[in-house]
Design a protein around this ligand. Structure first.
Ligand code: SF4
Length: 68
């Protein structure tokens, strides 16, 4: 089943989990992030400071939100 993922703002299009590279929508990305205790790029992009992040962890995300 092809999923509509045009809302994805992740720019890492070479990532094997990016929706452009399969037909499973957000599922592989979310699975990877949950397994690693990380936050997907689309949420980092909402902070407007994604380019300042130190990593992809929940703590890295929380720091950017608090700085916003
Ligand atoms: S969860 Fe992952 S695949 Fe889905 S929109 Fe966010 S970054 Fe893109």
């Amino acid at each position: 089943m092809k999923q509509n993922i045009e809302f994805c703002t992740c720019t890492q299009t070479k990532c094997r989990w990016h929706p452009k590279n399969h037909t499973d929508g957000c599922t592989p990305c979310i699975q990877k992030n949950l397994k690693n205790g990380e936050i997907p790029s689309c949420f980092f992009n909402l902070t407007g400071k994604a380019n300042q992040r130190k990593g992809d962890t929940i703590e890295d995300f929380a720091k950017l939100v608090l700085e916003k």
